[in-house]
Each structure stands twice: as C-alpha cells, then as structure tokens.
Design a protein around this ligand. Structure first.
Ligand code: ZN
Length: 386
C-alpha cells in the first residue's frame, strides 16, 4: 500500500511539476525576492489577476498591432541610445530567473531621444517559442514572430527601477522581433554562448561587456508606440512601449539555442514564455512612420522604396517560407494579395465574356451562314451579351 501511494505521488508530481514554478513574481524586473508574493507561471495566465490585480486591468500588454488602425505621429522622433557599447572590461550579470534569461544592464545605458524623457536601462530579456511555434509577445497584423527582445528602462525622474515600476510613465521598453535568417548574428552570439552557464532556474553568471546596441535593429526611427504594461506579473500599467518595425535575424542554430537551452525546472526546458496579445480597449497605437498604403499607390511618394529597403541590412527578408515575413512587408503583401485577387477576378471575367462572345458569335455565324451579313451578326452577339 505504502509503496503504491509513493508511486502515485511520484506520478502526480511528474505531471504537475512543470505547471508550478516557484520563482519570485517580480524577477521579470529585478532579482531580489520580495516576501509574501505568490508564484506564477505561463500555464496559469488566467489566474494571474487573482494575486496581481493589475493583470486584469484594461491597458495590458502585449497587444496585436493592426497597421490599418495605427496613427502616424510626426512628433515621434528616432530612438537614440547612449552608452550602449559596454566595455569588455565591465562584466554584466546574466541570470535565468525561471521565466526568461535576463541580462542586467548598468544605468549608464540610456534612451536619450524619441521619448519625452531620458530613460535609464535596467535589464534586457527575451521571449521565445519552440521549434514548432513562434514565441513573440506582440504581433503585427496577427503575425507572430519566433522571438522578441525587451530592453527595460526606467525614467530618470525616478531614483530606481523599483520606484519607477509602479508610477505612470515610469518605464520605457524597447521591443524588437527576432526571426530566422541565413547567417549567424555576431552580436547575439556574445550572449547565446553563455546560456549554457545559466541553464537551471536561479543560476547566474558574469559575462564580458559588449555592444548592446547590436542586439537592436539597425533602424531605430521606424517604430510603433503605445501605453501598456509589464507582460508578466505584477502587470503594472506603467510601460511606454516602443516596438521597432525592423526585425532582427538569428541563424537557425542560434534560434535553437535560444529555444532549447534554458530550463525553468530540472529537466524541463523553458519554452513559449510569452503572454497572448491583450485587448486594446480603445487605446491608440501610434507609428513614427507612414505605414505603406495597401492595394493602391500612396498619394505622395514620400517613403520611397529605399525607405524600407534597409530591412535587408540584417539579412534577406525573403525567407517567408520559414521565418515570419517582415512587419512592413506584411502590409505590402496584404495589398499585393488584394491586387492579385482583383486582377485574377477581372481576367477570369474578361475571359468568360470573351468565350461567351465567341460562342455566340459562332452560333450566330452558323445559324445565319446563308445570310453572310457579318456586321449584322456581330451586333446580334452584342445584344446577347447585354
Ligand atoms: Zn518581456
């Protein structure tokens, strides 16, 4: 009997184990374990608001960006960062907090342009999926990307991240989508080679400084902006989000490392650490650039093809067969698709008319061959068409 119960317990433990993570709720932002807070995991997202009421409020993140509903805001200036090139002499702490892998950043890294305030860096981390499903948190026109990087900053109006995290306008997160490209991304390699050292939840390591700027897309002037929240408990609605339009490319091997190395629990790989898009609830998403007009030519020629061409700077964007297509290509392709569909419909209709016309003409020719009045017959055919 006793042995059977033990087996039963072991069996239950094996199945329930992965569903419960016992890491601190605010690790998403910092590492100290605040006392008295509950646990959360990605398998109980519907329960988050019980322990963290903000998770059930109306301005939550992530969201889906519907490019048809974004509003171009010419006052949104390019994002400018400063101090991002961290010397190799300086070491940075990399930690597996059981929900993601976090790289702590010195507050000498700052956002100095593109927001109304200066924001100091605190940390960066990632969201990813698995080989079979993409893991970005934000989506563009419903399109999910293989991964997403978040660089978390806090307003210089506050003394610390802890102070800023609960205050409106307290945080600014720079987000970018990660997708599969043909080449190894050297900037990401600085980080990915150390993931093995923090395989288990709670483990941390020190890595030499490198150019953090290289983890962001090249183009920092084209982005979406909205007000939202932390995407993990405690879900405070204090984040000024910037989602870059240009994506980042990692090689297939690099994506595999990101998806398959980190454990949230012994023997359990941490995958699909993302929250589903939340309802906008009337919020407006701004864009720093004019989204391409789909289906027809733009009234003004302002964003010439060259404006979107540098997307290929990180690698070709024509790997839509494997990775997700680029965000702005997506808009173009919707328009193109519509144009193609209407084109095909028009061609089919024209062909049908032509065949119909020919058959009637032949019929008429056959039936009135003896009369041999060609002009009259054509007119008859036209009458039939009407
Ligand atoms: Zn995040």
């Amino acid at each position: 009997m006793g042995l059977r119960n033990l087996w039963l317990l072991l069996l239950i433990g094996t199945f329930l184990g992965p569903l419960v993570t016992c890491d601190d709720p605010e690790d998403h932002l910092h590492e100290d374990h605040p006392p008295g807070r509950g646990h959360w995991s990605y398998t109980d997202v519907t329960e988050w608001d019980k322990a963290y009421p903000a998770c059930g409020e109306k301005e939550q993140s992530p969201i889906n960006v519907d490019t048809r509903d974004t509003r171009f805001d010419p006052t949104l200036k390019p994002i400018e960062v400063s101090g991002y090139d961290v010397s190799p002499e300086e070491s940075l702490k990399l930690k597996n907090n059981g929900h993601t892998v976090v790289l702590q950043l010195p507050d000498s890294l700052e956002i100095v342009g593109g927001l109304t305030n200066t924001y100091r860096a605190a940390q960066l981390h990632f969201h990813w999926g698995s080989q079979s499903s993409p893991g970005s948190e934000h989506t563009v026109n419903g399109q999910k990307f293989p991964g997403e990087i978040h660089v978390v900053h806090y307003s210089s109006s506050f003394q610390s991240l802890d102070e800023a995290v609960t205050q409106p306008g307290g945080l600014a997160v720079l987000a970018a989508f990660i997708q599969k490209g043909p080449e190894e991304n050297k900037d990401y390699q600085h980080l990915l080679t150390h993931l093995e050292e923090v395989k288990e939840a709670g483990e941390s390591t020190e890595i030499p400084g490198f150019d953090i700027r290289g983890l962001l897309p090249q183009q920092l002037d084209r982005y979406y902006r909205y007000n939202g929240s932390l995407t993990t408990p405690p879900c405070y609605q204090t984040v000024n989000w910037t989602i870059f339009n240009q994506t980042i490319f990692l090689s297939e091997d690099q994506l595999d490392i990101l998806e398959d190395t980190i454990h949230h629990d012994h023997d359990h790989i941490l995958q699909e650490n993302f929250r589903e898009p939340q309802s906008l609830n009337g919020r407006l998403v701004l864009s720093s650039f004019r989204p391409p007009v789909s289906g027809r030519k733009a009234p003004e020629q302002a964003p010439a093809p060259s404006a979107s061409a540098p997307d290929s700077a990180n690698g070709p964007s024509d790997r839509s067969g494997e990775g997700a297509p680029r965000a702005d290509n997506q808009t173009f392709s919707t328009g193109d698709m519509l144009a193609i569909i209407f084109g095909v419909l028009f061609a089919v209709t024209a062909l049908a008319f032509f065949i119909y016309f020919r058959q009637n003409r032949k019929k008429n020719l056959r039936s009135s061959d003896k009369k041999s009045n060609v002009i009259y017959k054509a007119a008859t055919a036209e009458d039939n068409m009407a």
